[in-house]
Ligand binder design. Structure first.
Ligand SMILES: [Zn+2]
Ligand SMILES: [Zn+2]
Length: 606
């Protein structure tokens, strides 16, 4: 073949050779330079032809370049649109499907890609949430580790302060639905203007991680969130569908909107499980179970019962609530206050959320209610991450006795080393009993409820079959025999609480106003001209950094301006407008500086 070509070359005339050469060059994709062209053609005719062709080619290239640019611009524009608020969440690249649906190289490549993504998310989560000491999967029987145990459960909540305005709230609702649907999650998402409270399940844990990351990408506030995962649950424990539920309060305390004490200002000290565990054993401590009574019955903390010398041992208290709305009245009850006198207070609940408002309410009362102030409470602490996290730190249960009631399909669970399905575990005997027959029993099953007050009934299998309808132990103890009696009692308690509070001149709870423009300058008026002092005001309104009392003539006329340390502190202060100090109802409002004078004046620093 090669020889043949060479032979042909030899027999060709020079001009034929040149023409062939040109033909060959023309087929090359590269662009030829002028000098090359000149070399190729000698005659002017040919030169013109070449020039024409060259012009044509250049035009084509220009056209292609232009088209490319238009395409690129279009892409850019699309990207910009994708980033705009109405379309903030473009669908991510297609993730890989479980092995069964795809095979071969593509599947392997996707698998690796997915592993890498998981690694990233995991690293991020591990950075933010230190790894629990025991993985729920580590001690399972081999047969439990099969494909049937593939469900991951995610619990998290996040309060937002200042609360979202209507527009932000509508966006939050939409985002909740969009992200959970995109990542194929099921379960409940309670969304309020004050934040999120969610219980979600998924069969793909990486989708869970991606969902959390998407939430963080949407709003920085979720970088503070403690996402709690439980892996390897049986597939039957996945929720069948997703429900996004708009609510007024994340936990219903009857403290909605203006009545809620701001958490940022008043919340208790958050203790990690190991520190909380130590505190549980300290003398002169009360441990308040802020869950409902039916949850507390089947399991709760049991701190040590001994203390040295004159100290009193730590004491567990169940407020015996049917629902959280009873908490403010319980806290205000003189008998409760006797228990709290001179003690340090620990609070706990399932995931930590109920402690947020509960501890804030107690601390708010400590700051504003003279009776509670006088109790001399030595600190308010709450269990970070709730019982859920404590169990992960203490797989043997620590100071916990019995089971932990949960609001997902498990109904309840025990610390890992006391779970019935773990081979070397030693499950606790039930600490509760069947409400109908009295035999030891700790499983809530079905939709059986107390027929007077409606709380879930603890009824054994035999009694459930015999369809006996018991009243709950609270209704028995309080001698409540009908729904009407229960409703009357509930109403009466609320009225008494309000009456007592009013008689003491205490507002029912703090109010909470939005401070969207982050104003920190406040105007105060209607103060007592005779007796008001710096010290009194600073004590009354925490967070003041600058104080301007006097008018130009140097007199105090009962009004003044203050600078607050943060927009939150300012909002909290404004929320307290109307509270009585030195016999007068204090008036507080936002008053942003007008820019004419220096604010805050340097000499006014407190
Ligand atoms: Zn029974
Ligand atoms: Zn009842």
């Amino acid at each position: 073949m090669k020889n043949e070509k060479r032979r042909k070359d030899l027999t060709m005339t020079p001009s034929a050779k040149k023409a062939r050469c040109w033909k060959a060059k023309r087929s090359l994709p590269t662009i030829q330079t002028n000098s090359e062209m000149k070399d190729d053609t000698d005659s002017s005719d040919q030169a013109e032809k070449v020039k024409k062709k060259k012009d044509k080619r250049e035009k084509k290239i220009k056209k292609e370049k232009k088209e490319k640019k238009v395409k690129k611009d279009k892409k850019k524009e699309q990207k910009r649109k994708d980033r705009s608020p109405e379309n903030k969440f473009p669908l991510k690249r297609q993730r890989y499907e479980p092995e069964s649906s795809s095979t071969g190289e593509a599947s392997t490549r996707n698998h690796i890609q997915q592993e890498e993504t998981t690694g990233d998310s995991l690293a991020q989560y591990n950075r933010n949430n230190p790894r629990p000491r025991a993985e729920s999967s580590s001690l399972l029987k081999p047969e439990d580790k099969d494909a049937d145990r593939c469900v991951t459960l995610l619990l998290f909540y996040q309060y937002v302060e200042p609360v979202w305005n209507e527009e932000q709230y509508q966006e939050a609702l939409r985002i909740a639905e969009t992200l959970a649907t995109r990542h194929q999650l099921s379960g409940r998402m309670r969304v309020a203007r004050e934040g999120f409270n969610c219980t979600l399940t998924s069969k793909h844990r990486t989708e869970m991680y991606d969902f959390c990351q998407s939430l963080r990408d949407w709003n920085d506030v979720f970088y503070k969130t403690e996402f709690k995962f439980t892996h390897d649950l049986p597939s039957a424990q996945a929720f069948p569908q997703l429900k996004v539920i708009p609510v007024v309060e994340l936990v219903h305390y009857g403290l909605e909107g203006r009545k809620a004490p701001p958490i940022a200002q008043y919340s208790g000290v958050h203790l990690e499980p190991t520190h909380y565990h130590q505190k549980l054993a300290e003398p002169n401590t009360v441990v308040i179970d802020v869950r409902n009574h039916y949850e507390a019955v089947i399991g709760h903390f049991q701190p040590p019962t001994e203390a040295d010398g004159e100290d009193t041992p730590p004491k567990y208290i169940d407020p015996k609530m049917r629902k959280s709305t009873e908490f403010p009245a319980w806290l205000d009850n003189p008998e409760t206050q006797k228990e709290l006198k001179g003690k340090q207070v620990l609070m706990f609940c399932t995931g930590g959320i109920r402690c947020e408002r509960a501890s804030a309410l107690l601390k708010y009362k400590m700051a504003t209610d003279p009776v509670v102030k006088d109790l001399g409470i030595k600190g308010v602490y709450q269990l970070q991450g709730g019982i859920d996290k404590y169990f992960k730190e203490f797989p043997d249960g620590g100071y916990w006795k019995g089971k932990n009631y949960v609001f997902d399909k498990r109904f309840s669970h025990a610390p890992l080393l006391k779970e019935e399905h773990v081979p070397e575990a030693k499950p606790d005997a039930p600490i509760s009993s069947c409400e109908a027959c009295g035999k030891p029993w700790d499983k809530f099953r079905g939709k059986q409820r107390c027929y007077t007050c409606g709380v879930p009934s603890l009824v054994c299998r035999d009694c459930l079959e015999s369809k006996s309808k018991p009243r709950c132990d609270l209704c028995v103890a309080q001698n409540i025999r009908s729904k009407r009696e229960w409703r009357e009692k509930e109403q009466q308690e609320i009225e008494e609480y309000e009456k007592r509070s009013k008689a003491r001149g205490v507002l029912l709870a703090a109010t909470h106003k939005e401070n969207q423009n982050n104003v920190t300058r406040l105007f105060l008026k209607n103060m007592c001209r005779k007796n008001m002092t710096d010290a009194i005001l600073l004590d009354f309104l925490p967070g003041i950094t600058h104080l301007v009392w006097k008018n130009r003539a140097g007199e105090f006329t009962g009004q003044g301006w203050v600078e607050m340390e943060s927009p939150e502190a300012a909002a909290a202060a404004v929320a307290r407008t109307g509270e009585v100090i030195l016999g007068r109802a204090l008036h507080i409002k936002f008053d942003p500086p007008d820019g004419k004078d220096v604010w805050p004046p340097p000499h006014s620093k407190v």
